[in-house]
Ligand binder design. Sequence first.
Ligand code: 5GP
Ligand code: ZN
Length: 117
Amino acid sequence: MADATVSCLFCRIIRGEVPARKIREDEHVFAFEDINPQAPTHVLVVPKKHVAGLKEAQSEDAELIGRCQLAAAEIARERKIEHGYRTVLNVGPGAGQSVFHLHVHLLGGRHLSWPPG
Ligand code: 5GP
Ligand code: ZN
């Protein structure tokens, strides 16, 4: 079976094969600026482990998903956007998922309407 990580865009960014504006990384999580920002802050937080998306995640990935959310919260604190920000996981093409490596969007720095489109 082909190794999904070889061609996966976000695995390639994590490995440094594709340039990105990195914000932080630790043993488990990598965060970088979205190339097409939808808000003044638009950061992507991804697990270093390749997981295709939320619906492919297993119970063993629970801690990693939590780490991504908490990294987003820390970045929001650093950016001083705690008045209102959103973390978003698009799940499946019908919800706009276009990269199949699980990622949390951190959006903030402007008013965010509800419900999202
Ligand atoms: P999705 O649509 O899958 O929820 O989110 C994928 C996100 O990845 C999009 O917001 C898109 O702008 C971003 N993106 C796609 N290609 C690249 C890239 O090469 N570099 C960076 N930094 N972001 C990307
Ligand atoms: Zn990947």
